[in-house]
Ligand binder design. Structure first.
Ligand code: SF4
Ligand code: SF4
Length: 111
């Protein structure tokens, strides 16, 4: 290769941010929440012990969990990308998690 030639990153190797990837996701809302915080008092205790934001909020790539001023964990389950990580990270097993009902939830545009 001569010194004047430039190299290009192949399209498949270009970096894509999480936000861009999430933009490609499509959702069909399941009106019945597929993830539920079982006990808000446990989330309050979690905040006292672990600080805020708590583990589920730090981990979730889709900002599903938000700690509100009135000390409540608000769950926007319709943003969930179904990775399942929050049910593992919660130190108090305080998240009930299952996949959305058949035909609902997340689908990917490109595989
Ligand atoms: S990690 Fe678990 S207990 Fe802590 S705020 Fe999240 S859901 Fe609540
Ligand atoms: S399953 Fe993944 S995307 Fe969905 S709420 Fe849990 S951590 Fe967030």
């Amino acid at each position: 290769m001569s010194a004047t030639q430039t190299t290009q990153t192949p399209q498949s190797e270009q970096k894509v941010s999480v936000e861009e990837k999430l933009y490609l996701a499509k959702y069909k809302l399941d009106e019945r929440p597929h993830l539920v915080v079982l006990d808000q008092d446990v989330c309050k205790k979690c905040a006292q012990i672990n600080g805020t934001p708590q583990p589920c909020m730090l981990l979730c790539p889709a900002d599903v969990y938000k700690w509100e001023e009135d000390k409540k964990n608000v769950v926007s389950y319709d943003n969930c990308v179904e990775c399942g990580a929050c049910r593992i990270i919660c130190p108090y097993t305080n998240i009930e998690w299952k996949y959305p009902r058949w035909g609902r939830g997340l689908s990917h545009r490109y595989g």
